[in-house]
Design a protein around this ligand. Structure first.
Ligand code: GAR
Length: 222
């Protein structure tokens, strides 16, 4: 069950700014998250703030980042969250990187993995270690515009509506079951930057709603 007043279908489709986040009403101890991030970490920040504001019954056990310049690492310090750099350039293959990620996530007893701006394709090494426990946020309304430069793809296609999607991760890129989506209009004057900025506002709500939904699924209440 959810504490939202909305029916279940509406909680998965955040179209209005007044929709409250999808919340679990579960007295169990907070679920341990492992967050993977490559860049600015604004989604990581949204997760950390949602936890601080008790919109999310979870704890970020560890941040893993692959880019030494990732601002996400600075944010983790501000939140007192352990962070581990695993630079993909130090690994001979995607599988080797993913094995190192799994080792860190195990070290921190992670129960749910969140790819929050993780710009690496993941392999079965990670997915089989955490079956149906890895979710991703992507800046388009999947199944449209999979892969890299999703916002540019949307502008090039001249769509009038795009958005963002949180989904379970499967080996095929950006193809897993959808957890939560939000729509964002494309304005005639939009550049990749202006459109991406508005999509990110929605991502920060969607990722929190999706984690709550994932936790509810894992705990068997959905
Ligand atoms: C987000 O817009 C996210 O959707 C995108 O990277 C950005 C990371 O922003 N992810 C992908 O494109 C994955 N295919 P952030 O570092 O500020 O959270």
């Amino acid at each position: 069950m959810t504490s939202s007043l909305l029916p279940d279908w509406a909680s998965q489709c955040l179209c209005s700014p007044i929709v409250t986040p999808y919340r679990t009403a579960n007295p169990e101890k907070p679920m341990k998250l492992g967050v993977l991030a490559s860049g600015s970490g604004s989604n990581f920040e949204a997760i950390a703030q949602a936890i601080a504001q008790q919109h999310l019954e979870a704890q970020v056990a560890v941040l893993v980042y692959n880019n030494p310049q990732a601002k996400a690492a600075v944010r983790s310090q501000q939140h007192n969250i352990p962070a581990q750099l695993l630079n993909h350039r130090d690994y001979a293959s995607r599988e080797a990187l993913d094995q190192a990620i799994v080792d860190v996530l195990r070290q921190y007893d992670v129960e749910l993995v969140v790819m929050a701006g993780w710009m690496r394709v993941v392999t079965p090494v990670l997915l089989e270690a955490f079956p149906r426990r890895v979710l991703n946020i992507h800046p388009s309304l999947l199944p449209s515009f999979k892969g890299i430069r999703a916002v540019e793809q949307a502008i090039a296609a001249q769509v009038k509506i795009t958005g963002c999607t949180a989904h379970w991760v499967v080996p095929e890129v950006d193809s897993g079951e959808i957890l939560v989506q939000a729509a964002v209009p494309v304005l005639p004057e939009d550049t990749t930057e202006t459109l991406h900025a508005r999509i990110q506002v929605q991502e920060h709500r969607v990722i929190v709603a999706a984690i709550n939904r994932a936790i509810a699924q894992i705990r068997g209440s959905l």
